[in-house]
Design a protein around this ligand. Structure first.
Ligand SMILES: N[C@@H](CCC(=O)N[C@@H](CS)C(=O)NCC(=O)O)C(=O)O
Length: 233
């Protein structure tokens, strides 16, 4: 049978979150490398699929999709898995934290990675300090949500797409940008540390580790990716 999805990806980019979920759902998919060394995400052909020039893009039977959170919701709805259902009491908190991750945590991380796009050298130091404080505060909020409101996972008592989204950001916090990652200690967020260890036992994580060269402990003790194709940043 023809794979239903094609994931346009770059190693260790936000596309890895969708790859994890495709693996977890055990769905056939193909991948298409976006070569970041040539800035391919800004090529006319890539922007025709995803006008934001961001990675990932997911080609679905309904057309090209982008935005991680939108793709995660789409996959969970299409495959009726990995999310509390609309009738579940866990759905409101799941949606709240999914949107918080997409519109606050992930953009703050992107700002931290690409701070040179936001100001000159003089402005960067104070912006860096502010964005790191925000990241710490927001990771603490998420950590408290798991430890006080839910038994183990972010979306209630069962694993959901949200766990993969937040779990993967822990890797980025520890690694990027290489010169400014020392602020992050996973042990400061004990519930997230437990979640990271749980996610590392999933076969889906082993598949993504292999495909993108993430190493054996990609969330709890990450090292720079050594991908079989493409470059991470
Ligand atoms: N809001 C986007 C953000 C995705 C994003 O930031 N992707 C990064 C890679 S992890 C990217 O494409 N960076 C390339 C660039 O900014 O030029 C989403 O949720 O998909």
């Amino acid at each position: 049978m023809e794979p239903r999805y094609t994931l346009h990806y770059a190693p260790d980019n936000a596309s890895a979150i969708l790859r994890l979920v495709l693996e977890e759902l055990d769905i056939a998919y193909t991948t298409q490398l976006v070569d970041r060394s040539t800035n391919e995400q800004n090529s006319a052909s890539y922007r025709a699929l995803n006008p934001t020039g961001k990675i990932p893009t997911l080609i679905t039977p309904h057309g090209a999709m982008s935005e991680v959170a939108a793709c995660l919701l789409y996959l969970s709805e299409q495959h009726k898995a990995l999310a509390p259902t609309a009738e579940s009491a866990d759905r409101p908190a799941f949606l709240k934290w999914l949107l918080f991750t997409a519109n606050t945590l992930h953009p703050d991380l992107a700002m931290h990675f690409y701070l040179h796009r936001y100001g000159d050298d003089a402005a960067i130091a104070s912006m860096r300090k502010a964005v790191i404080e925000r990241l710490k505060d927001h990771l603490t909020l998420i950590d408290r949500h798991i430890s006080t409101d839910t038994p183990a996972y972010l979306g209630g008592d069962r694993l959901s797409v949200l766990d993969f989204y937040v779990g993967y950001t822990l890797r980025w916090c520890a690694l990027y940008p290489r010169t400014h990652a020392s602020w992050f200690r996973l042990s400061d967020y004990p519930a997230l540390a437990r979640l990271a260890a749980r996610l590392e036992t999933r076969p889906s994580m082993a598949a993504v580790q292999k495909a993108e060269g993430l190493g054996l402990t990609p969330l709890t003790a990450p090292r720079q990716a050594t991908p079989p194709e493409g470059v991470a940043l």
